[in-house]
Each structure stands twice: as C-alpha cells, then as structure tokens.
Design a protein around this ligand. Structure first.
Ligand code: SAM
Length: 266
C-alpha cells in the first residue's frame, strides 16, 4: 500500500461511524452520529445534480445539515430527514428554522428500515456498508432515475455510476435503473420481435430475436429508464421503459424499426 493510500484508509477509519448501542436511551443505533463536513455535503449534492424539482431524503439525518443545504443552496422542492434520535430531530428542526427553510424541510423521528421514502428523487446516506446493502432492495424499488449519494461507503456489488473525493473522503453516486428483466415481445408488419433479458443492477444481457433469427448479447446498459444494447449484426436498440412497456427503436442491417414491446406476464 502506498503512503497516500494508507493515509486515506486511516482517515476513513477515523471518520467512519461504527454501530452503537446508546444505553442511556435504550435504543440500538445502526450507525452513531458523525456529521458530514460542509464541503462534503456540497460535493454530495453536486454529484447528485440536485435542483428545484427534487425531493431529497437523508436517511439518518443527524443535525439536518444535508437536507438544509439542499433547500438553502440548491433550492430543492422538499427535504426530509429521518433519524432515530429524538434530540437530533429537535436540533435539526431548529437548524432548519434558523436557516429559513422550515417551509420546505422537515425532520421525523423514525427507523430508516421502517419509514417510507418512496417519493424521494434523491437519497443521501452516511451510514455503514452493511446498512447500505440492507437498504439496497428498497432503493432498487424506487422510481428509475432516483439518485443515491453516499458519503464514504459503497453498496456491495452494485457498482457506482459516479464517484469523487473531497478532502480525502470518498463519495459515491448510483442511479436507480429501471427493471428490464424478463421476456419482451412486439410484432411489426407480421414479424415477431423478442428480447429475453437478465439484469444485474444497471447491466443486462440476453438474446434478441427478429423473426426466426436469434442473437445473444452481454453488454446492455440500463441508465435510469433507458435501455440500450448492441449485438452482432450489428443490431442496436434504444428503448424507454415504463413499467411493463418498452418503447424504442431497433436497428438491424441499417433498417430502423420502431417497437413497442410488452413484458411477458409474470
Ligand atoms: C453518521 S450519522 C450521519 C448524519 C448526517 N446524515 C450527516 O451526514 O451529517 C448517522 C445518523 O443515523 C442515525 N441512525 C442510526 N441508526 C438509525 C436508524 N435505524 N434509523 C434512523 N436513523 C438512524 C443516527 O442517529 C445518526 O444521526
């Protein structure tokens, strides 16, 4: 390990929260309170591309600094913080009032594993790796395109879509991909088209069938609600996913065919 890598690892260790039992409050905290420095808060919100149309949730919101900065500096529509510690919820509420953003920001006492955050367009996290991984299935169920930024910790084998470093602290970005797994069919001019897709996070491979001809491909990409792949032929496809319908264009042998594909019933 280089000396720079060693210093980075030590800093991460010092800054890293470790799960704790707060005996005085008889509550188990999955992560203790450690605040994200202001420069890192700004970097996280910039990495997520936060703006006026966003609804930002900070899971484990501490003194409220992330959602308060989102409302004050990035003018988000709504900011919501959830924290198990009632004293931090009270402090965050006072901080929002002092920052003049109490009309768009609120803090709730609750357990992030039980609370609803389905309307988030941006999620911010400074938790722990195993906590992120436990939350991951719920995050993947959020609307395609929802951005997730995490200070310091990754999300298991879900590779980030973006990353950065601020004052030697790592930050990561994921964009929730649409769900494309399954079989999809369309018929155009009497020709049957079929996609059979297997998905892992933002990657999907499988087979494309045009009439009787089948071609396998591996490197399909799901970015937000858009699915693209290239297969031998060459065959290319770009489609927009809305639930069980995918609307796009398949180009094969230079011929472009608009397709509206329907997913097989489960
Ligand atoms: C590392 S701090 C992050 C605070 C803030 N997000 C920031 O970045 O400055 C983690 C926070 O999560 C809260 N927390 C821990 N377990 C929780 C749980 N199960 N549900 C809600 N909040 C929790 C803690 O009280 C603490 O405030």
């Amino acid at each position: 390990m280089t000396s720079r890598a060693l210093i980075t690892a030590l800093c991460a260790l010092i800054a890293a929260p470790v799960a704790a039992f707060a005996a005085s409050k008889d509550v188990y905290f999955d992560v203790p309170y450690v605040a994200t420095p202001p420069a890192v808060v700004e970097g996280m919100l910039k990495l997520a591309g936060v703006g006026p149309n966003d609804v930002v949730y900070d899971l484990g919101s501490g003194d409220g600094r992330i959602v308060i900065a989102a409302a004050r500096d990035f003018k988000v529509k709504k900011g919501i913080g959830i924290d198990l510690d009632p004293e931090l919820v009270t402090l965050a509420t006072k901080n929002a009032q002092a920052a003049g953003v109490a009309d768009r920001v609120s803090f709730t006492r609750g357990d992030i594993f039980k609370m609803d955050f389905k309307d988030a367009t941006v999620l911010t996290l400074y938790l722990l790796p195993d906590v992120n991984v436990t939350l991951r299935p719920r995050i993947l169920d959020l609307a395609p395109g929802t951005r997730v930024v995490s200070h310091a910790f990754n999300m298991g084998d879900w590779v980030p879509d973006g990353a950065g470093s601020i004052d030697m602290r790592r930050i990561y970005l994921w964009i929730v991909p649409a769900k494309v797994q399954g079989g999809w069919t369309a018929t155009v001019g009497g020709v049957p088209y079929r996609l059979d897709l297997t998905q892992q996070y933002q990657n999907a491979g499988g087979k494309v069938k045009v009439g009787p001809k089948e071609t396998a491909f591996e490197m399909g990409i799901v970015k937000s609600d858009v699915f693209t792949f290239t297969a031998a032929g060459p065959i290319t496809f770009e489609g927009k996913v809305a639930g069980d319908t995918m609307t796009g264009t398949l180009t094969a042998g230079g011929r472009r065919t608009p397709l509206t594909l329907t997913r097989d019933a489960k």
